[in-house]
Design a protein around this ligand. Structure first.
Ligand SMILES: Cc1cc2nc3c(=O)[nH]c(=O)nc-3n(C[C@H](O)[C@H](O)[C@H](O)COP(=O)(O)OP(=O)(O)OC[C@H]3O[C@@H](n4cnc5c(N)ncnc54)[C@H](O)[C@@H]3O)c2cc1C
Ligand code: FES
Ligand code: FES
Length: 1333
């Protein structure tokens, strides 16, 4: 660092405006800077680790050497502020706004109903916007690739993809489908000349006009062209950042500070600092050292600068591949294959090749391929420059290479292949895209000219050792031999022994990983044979059934069918029409305000939580002295600070808000630190020392809880008929058990609350992301020992909730309120993703055991089903969940003798809570598997057994409630017909005969879901409607908006009842001072209850205006309102809904716990790769009876979103706990929710026509939850495909496969020759890496 050349002022542009920052803190990421300093809150925090895409922005730079401007998307959460010199950042606010001009991307995603809670929407917009800046006419492949790094938990992606599809110019898509008509506007069920209604219309959409985009700031071009770059140095509180300008300077720096990391894409170092708490006092950022970005193509291969981003590497390789003979491009193509699947686009745009190699991840996707392909790196240091092979000696340990600390990788050489060489890369990951691989490989074989004699072979694996590893012995077993079955047969045996894994190996999945090493080699073998045939070395055709083509991936246009409103309905009346979510445009422009978007108030503090590190222990000491010394820390809040109640007393059990003397799970809240900034609060929390004395024998699993009789009481039981007797009269009896894992809510907006003391009479305003503000109000008031009327909770909207923002949110709110009360300052608490996942629990894991008695004709005569739910350490709503499990044990089937028992297990895990479906998905899962088993035993298709046993006509549930099952049967018939079930089943069977390693599976599943709360008092709602003098209307009601569109529907209700356009109606928020004593937005009952309350209020107002209207029938709404005001007529009214008196008498085992049932049927088809367990949902058809939908677009959105959440639950999402009860899966990197790559290739939804429901508003039905359970159809379809694979191995009959049907479970259950080779680790003989809770 030569003196005088240093600069410490950062200059970049944001949305066309210049930003200069003196003394930038190296620890600050762009996300917090734009949100907190620039107050551009459109860009969201979802995970902080590059895994969700909520924070996507566009980064543009001028490249002086090529005189071009390049744009790429990036995750602002991993983008260091100090790296932005000379960059132009575009955030969602810079793209378009409702105030000026919307951008077509924003408009189309919104209008296509691609925004529900809206929290993911700005990120989606930015990804798509960047794509369009680079490619105004993208292909569908471009679109799905671009969106792969963006998660959405609400929509199920289909509408987002369809909105984006409108930009695409492919033959299968709009505008060029040959008919001059957009395919999105095609008619689907034109009846008697009436046009079928569409969910959204292409007419009038804004055209994409690239000339309207923000220009790149000329000042930055000038700066890049003329300025003599200076070394930049930024000093923060704990870190210094140096950005050299030349290679020499970089070498000097690295020689002097070998321990300082070189931060390039920051995708490894960033998460390390953030999640592992690593502190680097000095960081060197060589992003301006041009030598690191040079690319040169030679005859022998390509030299790629180590600083090139992976996206750039991808485009370089694609270019080269297009220009050289195919035989020379084997390695390039293999790398392209890996690069397409590595991370999301935002990651690939910043992560560098050098950073990737040097990160030396055990499951790196590129290192095995580079190594197999004989690549090398050019390295430079103070001692000079040298070239080093990327071979088995290069990667020495986890995250370590053979290079010395002061070595700098300058470039990477990727060689061309030769004619007789085959190179392939194969990987298997928990999710098809944007997921680190479970096992990944690079394999290369070189044949002697014109023969199958192996001259050289190189096989590298990732994911089986702490670092990339060469299967040297296996290679030796193949070298110098003929590539044939005999050689390969021996190679598998050597490989199995060579890459052994101990049963407790970190990462778990031991048998799966071992089996993958074999099956990926087998896949390579198939590809090599194919290649040898193409090279005329062998003549035999590879049998068709042996081929393994990749799974299909292109998402087709789906159908969404719904009934049109009646011809007589007034145009202005919006009820029954597919109206866009009322906030969709605000959400797409980033203007929509969420809790953490509220500006800071004067003196505001941030609260960070301190959680237990032990599963079951006495707290013997709490030392906060060090924390209190830290800069910015103001106070530490413990249970002693609570002026009022320290515990929650709901649901029959007390639960401490903050632990007092004992902790009963890892993640339990112990105390909280408040400080002036987030960073200071977090550092303070990390400095609090808790000492523990462990208590004996913590309980984690259901099995342990049952053994030790650790339950929350009461245990419930229900029975109809005489089950024991019936078992004696049946043809066959079978017993089985199934497990279904838990599920993380993964609402995109983490738990958030801001408490603002008003400053007088102990009054507090609480801004909270809660489904039940009244519950939070009550809890806060009790904690502060103030009357309820001093606490006002405001909920504008939530970024998703799914049941997870009721009890846990209220707890956090209590702590923040006590802190606000104690410090007399506003206190904000926003959980980080990892904390949220650790602390707040999720869906209950369930073990279901059943005994079933059935006749040989398929009739099920008796079933005895026991459910054990893992509630965790506190009761929360677990008893209610267990109750709902039992109320749905009959599911959709009329089993005459049916017994259900439900036990709630108390364990030392974080307490589980409500989750969309509230126990029904778990209940149904066991029943459906039981039916599947019966079908398998009888050798009949499961759909026949389902149909035979389904309720028909007027029926009685097992709790003696009468209902009409007609619509259930209609859904069933219609679904079979619409999905062409029988024909496709036959086609699948044929496919299975033709394919050995790929199988198709199908399932069709019904649902009957009870709507309303079984506790009568919960079935009520209220609303408050004001008409202002200008005629505008403000509606408030008890429901909260979490993306489900309740405010949109309430606006529709008010519009119809008042006879005015929706545009005159506004809904600002839900608040406890406008509508008191509200109930949770839950149980799919929000529209039913609040809709009637709003209708009631509007009808009262309408009647009050009647005399005025009579006097002036030709007058306008505004005139009537003004006249009413002058005539002293109240223009404000409350509305109320006194709902049904539901009840359930568990003594008598009968009741009326629901008002009605929502029905649905789903047919699902999947294609499974038996060698890896990877699958793709090929087609889904859902027929749902939701009465007459108030808003078909909102309801279809709920159906698609819930289905995808169910698909995640049953096939993908896996919570993993360590043997000591620590949740491993604490972010999107470890916990995979469905992404765009999981959208069914064809996804059709049909609303059952002509099925008015007399029990709910405008004949509609509740739909938020029911369809989630139908995700089970994907599980059963996979199981069906697995059964076909097992049949090839000679295995017939029922088999156990727990949920979720992950690739691991599906693959192992297929029992291929490869999985069968792997010895099973005997349970009990070792300590597994993860618990089976
Ligand atoms: C969300 C997410 C998803 C991911 N998915 C995948 C995936 O699917 N498959 C996969 O294989 N990987 C994946 N990755 C890992 C990713 O590929 C690596 O983190 C990335 O390539 C590292 O590059 P970087 O430039 O960001 O490194 P940085 O974080 O900037 O640096 C990493 C390390 O490399 C060193 N370093 C950097 N450049 C040099 C150099 N020129 N010379 C010497 N040392 C250097 C640094 O000192 C540092 O120690 C993922 C990462 C994230 C965050
Ligand atoms: S917040 Fe940046 S990727 Fe999730
Ligand atoms: S709309 Fe995508 S997360 Fe809610």
């Amino acid at each position: 660092m030569s003196a005088g050349k240093e600069g410490d002022v950062l200059c970049f542009f944001v949305n066309g405006k210049k930003v200069t920052v003196s003394h930038a803190d190296p620890e600050t990421m762009l996300l917090s800077f734009i949100r907190e300093t620039l107050r551009l809150t459109g860009t969201k925090y979802g995970c902080g680790g590059g895994g969700c895409g909520a924070c996507t922005v566009m980064v543009s730079r001028y490249q002086a050497h090529t005189k071009t401007i390049v744009h790429h998307s990036a995750n602002a959460c991993l983008l260091p502020l100090c790296q932005l010199q000379g960059a132009a950042i575009t955030t969602v606010e810079g793209v378009g706004s409702t105030k000026t001009r919307l951008h077509p991307v924003q408009e189309r995603i919104a209008k296509a109903h691609g925004s529900q809670c809206g929290f993911c929407t700005p990120g989606m917009v930015m990804s798509m916007y960047t794509l369009l800046r680079n490619r105004p006419q993208p292909s569908m492949e471009d679109i799905t690739q671009t969106l792969a790094g963006n998660l959405c938990r609400c929509t199920g992606y289909r509408p987002i993809v369809d909105g984006c599809r409108t930009f695409c110019q492919e033959a299968n898509c709009c505008q060029v489908n040959g008919s001059k008509e957009c395919c999105l506007s095609r008619d689907t069920n034109t009846e008697a000349g009436q046009e079928a209604p569409k969910l959204f219309d292409m007419d009038g959409l804004l055209p994409l006009d690239p000339t309207q985009e923000l220009i790149f700031p000329p000042e930055l071009i000038l700066m890049a062209q003329t300025s003599n770059p200076q070394t930049l140095t930024f000093r923060g509180e704990r870190m210094t950042w140096v950005s050299p300008t030349s290679l020499d300077e970089l070498i000097q720096l690295k020689t002097k500070h070998p321990e300082a990391p070189l931060v390039m894409g920051n995708t490894n170092i960033g998460p390390e600092i953030k999640f592992k708490g690593v502190l680097y006092p000095l960081i060197i950022s060589p992003t301006r050292v041009l030598e690191l970005f040079e690319v040169s193509v030679t005859e022998q291969g390509v030299w790629v600068g180590a600083g090139c981003s992976l996206s750039h590497v991808l485009s370089v390789l694609r270019n080269v591949v297009g220009q050289i003979p195919g035989e020379k491009a084997e390695l390039f193509r293999a790398l392209i294959q890996q690069l397409r699947n590595l991370g999301g686009e935002q990651i690939r745009n910043v992560a560098t090749l050098g950073g990737h190699i040097m990160s030396a991840f055990p499951n790196s996707d590129l290192n095995p391929v580079l190594a197999a392909g004989n690549s090398k790196v050019r390295v430079i240091s103070g001692g000079g420059s040298r070239e080093i092979s990327l071979n088995q000696d290069f990667f020495v340990a986890f995250g370590k290479t053979v290079l010395k600390a002061d070595d700098i990788v300058v470039s990477v050489f990727i060689p061309c292949s030769t004619k007789w060489e085959v190179v392939r890369a194969l990987r298997q990951a928990p999710r098809k895209e944007n997921a680190f691989a479970t096992v990944t490989t690079g394999m290369r074989v070189l044949f002697s000219e014109g023969s199958r004699m192996v001259q050289d072979v190189s096989i590298f694996y990732g994911g089986v050792r702490p670092t990339t590893v060469r299967a040297s012995k296996t290679c030796a077993a193949i070298m110098g031999r003929l590539w044939d079955d005999h050689t390969l047969g021996q190679a598998y045996d050597v490989l199995l022994e060579e890459l052994d894994l101990p049963p407790s190996a970190p990462g778990g999945k031991v048998e799966f990983r071992r089996s993958l090493t074999l099956s990926l080699l087998f896949k390579f073998n198939l590809e090599v044979l194919q290649k040898l045939r193409e090279m005329d070395v062998i003549t035999e055709e590879l049998p068709e059934e042996m081929q393994t083509q990749p799974l299909p991936r292109e998402i087709q246009l789906g159908l969404q069918e719904f009934q049109n409103v009646s011809k007589d309905q007034k145009d202005q009346d919006p009820v029954g029409r597919p109206i866009m979510h009322r906030s969709a445009l605000s959400q797409a422009t980033g203007e929509a305000v969420y809790c953490d978007d509220l500006p800071r108030t004067e003196g505001e503090l941030f609260l960070a939580l301190v959680t237990s590190a032990r599963p079951y222990a006495k707290i013997t000491g709490l030392d906060m002295s060090e924390a209190l010394q830290l800069p910015g820390v103001v106070d530490v809040i413990t249970h002693k600070d609570f002026p009022g109640k320290k515990c929650f007393s709901g649901f029959g059990y007390d639960e401490n808000v903050l632990a007092e003397t004992e902790v009963s799970c890892i993640g339990q809240l112990v105390c909280a630190v408040v400080a002036d900034t987030r960073a200071h609060a977090k550092r303070g929390a990390a400095a609090v020392m808790i000492s523990y004395e462990d208590l004996p024998e913590p309980i984690f699993t259901i099995q342990e809880a049952v053994e030790k009789k650790s339950f929350f009481e009461p245990r419930m039981e229900i029975e109809r008929g005489n089950v024991n007797e019936a078992f004696t009269n049946v043809d066959q009896v079978y017993e089985g058990e199934f497990r279904i894992g838990g599920q993380e809510h993964f609402y995109m907006e983490t738990q958030s609350v801001l408490v603002v003391p008003v400053g007088e009479e102990r009054e507090f305003n609480v801004y909270i992301s809660s489904q039940w503000p009244t519950y939070a109000q009550d809890a806060i008031a009790a904690a502060l020992d103030v009357p309820f009327n001093r606490v006002t909770c405001h909920v504008k909207r939530m970024g998703g909730a799914f049941g997870g923002k009721v009890t846990k949110t209220a707890m956090l709110a209590c702590i923040a309120s006590v802190a606000a009360w104690k410090t007399d300052r506003a206190v904000r608490c926003v959980l980080e993703r990892g904390e949220d996942m650790l602390i707040t629990g999720g869906r209950h894991p369930v073990l279901g055991k059943y005994k079933v008695g059935f006749m040989n004709d398929g009739r099920i005569m008796a079933a005895d089903i026991q459910y054990f739910t893992n509630a965790g350490c506190a009761c929360d709503e677990s008893i209610l969940v267990a109750e709902k499990v039992l109320l749905h044990v009959d599911h959709a089937y009329n089993i005459p003798n049916l017994r259900g028992c439900s036990a709630v297990c108390k364990t030392n895990l974080p307490s589980n809570t409500a989750f969309r479906g509230f126990g029904v998905p778990q209940s149904l899962f066991v029943v459906e598997n039981m039916i599947n088993d019966v079908a398998m035993i009888l050798g009949r298709p499961p759909d026949q057994i389902r149909e035979l046993n389904m309720y028909k006509g007027t029926s009685l549930t097992h709790y003696k409630m009468e209902f009409d099952a007609e619509n259930l049967c209609r859904c069933w018939e219609e679904c079979k017909a619409k999905s062409d079930y029988s024909a496709r089943r036959r086609a699948a069977e044929q496919f299975n005969q033709q394919n050995r390693w790929k199988k198709r599976g199908m399932a069709i599943v019904p649902i009957k879901f009870g709507i309303a709360f079984s506790a009568s008092f919960l079935n009520q709602a209220a609303a408050l409607v004001h008409i202002y003098k200008d005629g505008s209307v403000l509606v408030t009601h008890g429901g909260t908006e979490m993306g489900q569109g309740i405010h949109t529907k309430m606006q529709q209700v008010a519009s119809r009842e008042l006879g005015i356009p929706s545009s005159k109606i506004y809904i600002s928020e839900t608040s406890t001072n406008t509508v008191p004593n509200t109930l949770p937005s839950a149980a799919s009952f929000g529209t039913d209850s609040n809709g009637i309350a709003v209708r009631n209020a509007c009808q009262i107002l309408y009647e009050r205006l009647e005399p005025i209207r009579q006097k002036n029938p030709e007058g306008s709404w505004e005139k009537w309102v003004q006249s009413a005001f002058f005539e002293k007529i109240s223009l404000s009214a409350t509305g109320f809904y006194k709902g049904p008196d539901c009840y359930m008498d568990w003594e008598k085992k009968e009741g009326f716990p629901f008002l009605y049932f929502t029905y649905g049927v789903c047919s699902c088809e999947v294609e499974l790769d038996c060698l890896t367990g990877d699958y793709r949902t090929v087609r889904v058809d859902i027929v749902a009876d939701i009465g007459r939908s108030v808003n078909p677009s909102v309801d279809i959105g709920q159906i698609e979103g819930a289905f995808m959440q169910g698909l995640g639950l049953f096939t993908l999402e896996e919570l993993k706990f360590s043997p000591s009860g620590l949740l491993y899966t604490r972010g999107p990197s470890q916990y995979k929710i469905p992404a765009v790559c999981d959208v069914p290739l064809q996804f059709n939804v049909y609303l059952l026509p002509d099925s008015p429901n007399p029990h709910a508003i405008y004949s509609s039905k509740g739909i938020g939850e029911p369809i989630l359970s139908l995700g089970c159809s994907a599980f059963l379809a996979i199981k069906d495909a697995v059964a076909a694979a097992r049949a090839e191995s000679g295995l017939q009959g029922p088999f156990s496969m727990d949920s979720p049907a992950t690739a691991e479970r599906a693959c192992l259950a297929c029992a291929t020759p490869f999985t069968q080779k792997v010895p099973v680790c005997k349970p009990g003989s070792f300590k597994p890496w993860a618990l089976n809770i």
